[in-house]
Design a protein around this ligand. Structure first.
Ligand SMILES: [Zn+2]
Length: 164
């Protein structure tokens, strides 16, 4: 399934998408979330779903997209990381364009019915909180799905159990 959809992308489109993945510059935070998901036994996700914005993690059945964003690259307003004084204009533009791309991707996804969760790099200082927040979102999304189609999903059930 995944392979077929990959083949259907033109080579140009594929390399554009891959360059977007690479330019997110968040490999270490992605791995941090991967560990948290596994630790909390949360299943049903896939990495880099081929939908708008290529979310780092996505729950296709629940329509939940998760972006793990590095504070510097994505211009976290809370951390206000200093832009290097060399090439200041370059960095500022780069971050501004990342921010605008992030915003558009979130908007598109929400418009097509996805729940978008954004996790900042700095939030990983409190991993329990990240997991708690995700479990809450997934449980809510699961309830939504099960109202629409009673047996649609097993993930939601396992999340519900953990929360109660
Ligand atoms: Zn931050």
């Amino acid at each position: 399934m995944a392979e077929r959809s990959l083949d259907s992308l033109s080579i140009a489109e594929r390399s554009l998408r891959m360059s977007k993945v690479r330019s997110r510059g968040n490999a270490s935070t992605e791995i941090a979330l991967l560990r948290l998901l596994r630790g909390a036994k949360i299943s049903g996700w896939r990495r880099h779903l081929k939908i708008t914005g290529i979310p780092d993690f996505g729950f296709p059945q629940l329509h939940v997209a998760i972006f793990v964003d590095g504070c510097f690259w994505h211009g976290c307003s809370r951390c206000r990381r200093k832009v290097p004084s060399k090439n200041r204009t370059f960095w500022s533009r780069k971050i501004a364009s990342n921010r605008s791309r992030d915003r558009k991707a979130r908007w598109h996804l929400r418009r097509s019915g996805w729940i978008v969760v954004r996790i900042w790099e700095h939030e990983f200082k409190n991993p329990e909180r990240v997991v708690g927040r995700l479990q809450m979102v997934l449980a809510r999304a699961g309830n939504q799905v099960s109202r629409d189609a009673p047996n649609a999903n097993a993930t939601s059930a396992s999340v519900d159990r953990k929360i109660s």
